[in-house]
Design a protein. Sequence first.
Lengths: 114, 114
Amino acid sequence: EAGVAQSPRYKIIEKRQSVAFWCNPISGHATLYWYQQILGQGPKLLIQFQNNGVVDDSQLPKDRFSAERLKGVDSTLKIQPAKLEDSAVYLCASSAGQDLRPLHFGNGTRLTVT
Amino acid sequence: AQSVSQHNHHVILSEAASLELGCNYSYGGTVNLFWYVQYPGQHLQLLLKYFSGDPLVKGIKGFEAEFIKSKFSFNLRKPSVQWSDTAEYFCAVTLGDSWGKLQFGAGTQVVVTP
């Protein structure tokens, strides 16, 4: 089966600019996650979707970050405006359900904010 | 605060040496425990998991981990490493019956020299 697809792989922007990341989960996976991995740290959950609804966005900095999954398939994560501390790898993961089913991670998008 | 701690940030060892990576967590209640691995240039992959039952769990590629509830620990072991085990290893925890809201440790970079 095809894996979780993310684009772009790399992005460099200046602070105060906006940026968007795209994720295409594994076909049929209802649950989708966005994680942020800052250099030297483990991934941190930003938001969880079940189909096109948000299950948990408690750790999403909502003043600058937004995410959507309009048709319950692809998802986009946006940052506007970006700050230096947003430099990180943004990982998308999907699973067949919220229960005890494995997560499949994409390769991530590496964001550098200068 | 709830956390996952990995004892070493970097480990360097020779082929055929034994590997043990420490992981401690500070959550109460029912936890699910995971070790993920990220090989250079690849996505995060599940090595092994513990939900319940036998506290000694075996994963892929000869890895195993032992859950010691009294010590809040879930250490990863491999008796004899290979050069191909060079990777970053992450311990992670979820609570209750969820796979997805993973709380990761900071990771341990393991380098195996020929």
